[in-house]
Structures are given as C-alpha cells and as structure tokens.
Design a protein. Structure first.
Length: 414
C-alpha cells in the first residue's frame, strides 16, 4: 500500500481494532437492574498508551513553567517514560537517584499515568566511574543494577525498556559494548531480560531499538528461540533528518508484528523546524539556534496526525511515545516538542488532544431498557457511568475480554 492507501484505510481499522460492541447492565446498590434510566457512559482513560518522555518532570517544583509542563502532560497523555540512564542514575559509584525517580513515579500514579523505566542496559550514558573499573566488576554491578531497580520499583514502575540498541553496541569501547561484542547481542539481551524477570515476574519487558533492519529482526527471532522473557518490541523513529513515509511505518509494524508480540513505538520525533543536515551525525551536540517555525508547525501537525492515525489503527501497536513534550531543553535542542519553549501548544498538540479526547472517544448519553441494559460501540479503556440523579460507577472494557459487563452503581459522594 502507498501512503494514501495506508491512511485512507486507517479509520475502518481503528473501529475494528480499538473498539467493539458491548452490553452493559446497570444495577443499583441492592443489585437490582436500573430499568428505563437515563445514563451517561464516558471513557476516562484509554487502554492504548499515549505517551511521552517525562524527563523534565519535577513534582516538587512550583514554577509557572513546571506547572504548565505538568498540566499539558496530564491533559493529553496516559503514559510516561522515566529516565533510568546508568550514567545519570548512579553518577557516584554506589549512590543512586532512586528518591527522585520515586517522586516522579508518584506524580504519575496521582495523575493516573502509567510510568515506564528507560533504559536499564545501554552502552551509552555510561557511568564515568565505570571506565576506571575492570569489566568484570562493571558487569557484576550491571546485573545488580537491573535486579535492584526492577525490584525496588515493583508495583510502581512495571514496564521497562530493559536493553537499548544492542544491535549497534558492539562498537563501543566500554564494558557494556565489549560484553555484547564478545558474547553476542542475543545472549546479552536474553540475560538482562532474565535478570529483570526474576526481579519482577509480572513486569512488561521490552527490547528497544532504532535499527529496524534485518539485524533487529534476527535479534528478536533469536531471543524468542532462546525463550527469553520478551513481552513487547520497542521501535524508535527519530526523524531529525526527514520523515518516514506512512508506508514505511506500516511495513515496519507488519514486519515486527509477525513475531506475535505487542509493538510499542517508544521514541517518536517529528520536527516543527528545519531538518538536520544529511551529514550531521552528532546526536550529542545541543543546538541553540534550532527553532520552531509557523510553517514547520503546520507540516509537523499534518504529518504526525496521519502517522498517529496509522499506528493507532494497527492491531499490534499498543503504545506511542513522543520525544519530547516541549522544545524547552529538548534532545539536541531540536524543535521536536508538542508544545513550545513557553509551554504554549503547537497545532499538533491540539490535534492529538482532539483525536484522543474527542474523535477516538466514547461519551454517550442513553437510556437503559427494561432489564437495565445498554448496548453501544465503545473504545477500549476505563469508564465512568452516571445514572439517575446521583448514582455512579466504573468499569473496564479491555480488548479480548467479555463483551457483557455488569456495573453496580452507588450513591455519588456529596
């Protein structure tokens, strides 16, 4: 399919893959059906994860900029990637940043946003003290790091990018790079996944990579052949030098969906300013002159709205994470945010808010029948129901679960 065909078929796929017809039976506090009663059924949280990295989140800071950042984040998103980079999390050997990350995870819990930890094992953002240690000590500490973090955050952070970009790790001159070069990516990734699984048997564990080539296909296949506890595949697409075609995005989904695992688009970047020069391969340099433009914002909104629509329509995709929320302190200084440096929304933020809160939403006023039943087509997620003058209740509508749901309503608190 070409871009036009991929986009044109997306609405039908969304209806098919993200919603179903359900029957809801409303009962009162005495378990009696609410017959012929007016009811309001409202989706309050999508099952699908609409996310962003939350690296600038500072729950204890009360500046206007931080307040605006938090409000913009929670108004649109239900999924947050938190930073566990080794070089930042353990700047001093043996001293970790656990308390700060626990505060960030606590903010997520208060706002009903699911947190994800990123990343546990990566050859970059390497601790400075690691260069002065024997490789054997670093690798021993790496196992301890994975085990401790996943265990300490169990029940608070239960989704992890366990290993990042192992297909390109072998060329890096540090203990992690040498380990992967010596043992091979599949053995090392499988080992790290097992460390994480032992620390939290119920966690969702990902392998994450930008290198969506045959190298990654072979790695995922090898992991599954080894019986590695891989729960989902993470796909990155940082489009600093130009956008993918929608056809390429769809074909990438199709290629990795063949493994039978959920797909998470873990790091998604689309610029609202000029692209990087084709020969600019320095991913660490921070530009200060790279600004958003009205024309760039329009192009970003038009393209990314189509991309979100296509990805949301694919049955294997379970999450889309944008990179970054704001142009303020963005990676590489790129104009990649959904909002500007001053925290005002770009057109793309408004379009995504419309999609998530209105177009891809279920908000129905209806009346139960003589048996207290309501039938409707509903997106998957968490719901709130109001009926009669002051009765309320909640229910969850998940893909693959029963399509007849009984909801017991209680008196609304004054």
């Amino acid at each position: 399919m070409n871009d036009q065909e991929v986009r044109a078929a997306a609405p039908q796929r969304i209806q098919q893959n993200r919603s179903t017809e359900i029957e809801i039976v409303l009962t009162d506090q005495d378990n009696k059906p609410l017959r012929n009663t007016q009811a309001h059924v409202q989706l309050v949280r999508h099952e699908f994860r609409f996310g962003c990295d939350a690296f600038l989140l500072q729950p204890d800071v009360s500046t206007d900029r931080q307040r605006d950042y938090q409000e913009r984040f929670s108004a649109l998103l239900n999924y947050a990637t938190l930073p566990f980079y080794w070089g930042g999390y353990e700047r001093i050997k043996g001293e970790t940043d656990e308390k700060r990350l626990q505060r960030m995870a606590g903010w997520c819990a208060r706002h009903e946003i699911e947190p994800k930890g990123h990343p546990l094992v990566w050859h970059e953002v390497y601790p400075a003290w690691g260069h002065d240690c024997p490789d054997s000590e670093v690798l021993s500490r790496l196992e301890k790091r994975v085990t401790e973090i996943v265990s300490q955050f169990r029940g608070t952070v239960d989704t992890w990018d366990v290993v990042n970009e192992a297909t390109v790790s072998h060329g890096f001159d540090n203990a992690v790079g040498r380990w992967i070069a010596d043992k091979g990516a599949a053995e090392c990734v499988a080992q790290a996944l097992h460390w994480a699984r032992e620390a939290n048997p119920s966690a969702t564990l990902l392998y994450n990579d930008f290198n969506v080539s045959e190298d990654m296909v072979r790695l995922v296949a090898d992991l599954l052949d080894r019986g590695a506890p891989l729960d989902a595949i993470g796909i990155q697409s940082h489009m600093h030098k130009g956008t993918w075609t929608l056809e390429k995005a769809w074909e990438t989904c199709e290629a990795f969906a063949g493994f039978g695992l959920p797909l998470h688009w873990t790091e998604l970047t689309v610029l609202s300013g000029r692209p990087k020069a084709p020969d600019d391969n320095d991913w660490h340099f921070r530009h200060t002159e790279w600004k958003t433009t009205p024309q760039g914002e329009k192009a970003q909104a038009e393209y990314a709205e189509g991309l979100y629509t296509v990805l949301f329509s694919h049955p294997a995709v379970e999450a889309i994470t944008w990179w970054d929320l704001s142009d303020w302190s963005s990676w590489q200084g790129a104009p990649a945010g959904l909002i500007r440096e001053d925290m005002t929304p770009k057109p793309l933020y408004e379009r995504l808010l419309h999609l998530v809160r209105e177009e891809w939403n279920t908000d129905v006023e209806t009346t139960t029948d003589e048996n207290g039943r309501i039938r409707l087509c509903a997106f998957f997620g968490q719901y709130r129901v109001h009926a009669g003058p002051n009765l309320t209740g909640t229910f969850k509508h998940h893909r693959g679960r029963e399509q007849s749901i009984k909801v017991n309503l209680e008196q609304e608190a004054p």
